[in-house]
Design a protein around this ligand. Structure first.
Ligand code: SAM
Length: 223
């Protein structure tokens, strides 16, 4: 690569802004995966490891799939899908980006994770209430706040009767509106899951290792 990392990150911000200003909330993801070919140094959320807050949470709250069905929403390059696969879940993972799914299939070719291109806003009918576990990492916060209710309702719709949802996101207090991407979630935002028929059974906070540590949470809901 000729360009340095800083320039590429700036370029990515520009790509996202260009799409968002046109009112296209999702087109920039595929554009960025294509621009970088999934290079971990260049896409802020990609590191070819499962999300570290999910891993920390799981160390204390063991996940055992026992063949149950899991769905990973906005799976990107599939690290969390692999994480669930290794815990004996029967995993489906989807993303709106064709490029991300192409790379994920290549990276995880030795698994039978079912990767597919799909749009959260227009999901396959067979996803409805079909999964014992739905996992969502950093997708809600990457979509504009005016779509939040719809995004969370769609994610909720995938959870089977007695199923669970795990969401990993940046945290913000109520009343402090996020100005820019990523649009962190507040307790008020989380109430959208309750409105759609789920009940919160867990909430754990974690601090990142940034110079000014950023708060994340892992929350669990049940239907
Ligand atoms: C910030 S990234 C997080 C990716 C992955 N969960 C991770 O933590 O590495 C958000 C992901 O959501 C996907 N995404 C955004 N809008 C989507 C939609 N409407 N349907 C499905 N996936 C979507 C993007 O393509 C991107 O891979």
């Amino acid at each position: 690569m000729q360009e340095n990392e800083e320039e590429l990150r700036e370029k990515m911000k520009e790509i996202a802004t260009e799409y968002l200003e046109k009112g296209d909330a999702t087109g920039w993801f595929d554009a960025i995966y294509r621009e970088t070919e999934g290079d971990s140094e260049l896409i802020p959320w990609v590191d070819f490891e499962p999300n570290r807050f999910l891993v920390e949470w799981e160390n204390e709250n063991k996940l055992e799939g026992k063949g149950r069905k899991a769905l990973v929403v906005g799976c990107g390059l599939g690290d969390e899908a692999k994480f669930l696969y290794e815990r004996d879940f029967d995993v489906t993972a989807f993303d709106i980006s064709e490029k991300a799914i192409e790379i994920a299939k290549r990276i995880h070719k030795n698994t039978d994770i079912k990767f597919q291109v799909a749009d959260l806003f227009n999901p396959p009918k067979e996803f409805r209430k079909a999964f014992d576990l739905v996992l969502e990492v950093y997708t809600i916060q990457a979509l504009p706040p005016n779509l939040r209710e719809e995004v969370m309702a769609k994610i909720t719709s995938f959870v089977a009767e007695n199923g669970e949802l795990i969401a990993v996101q940046r945290f913000r207090e109520n009343g402090i509106e996020p100005e820019a991407l990523p649009w962190a979630l507040s307790p008020n935002d989380l109430s959208n899951f309750d409105k759609n028929g789920l009940t919160q059974t867990g909430f754990s906070e974690y601090l990142g290792d940034e110079e000014e540590p950023i708060k994340r949470f892992v929350t669990v809901y049940e239907r």
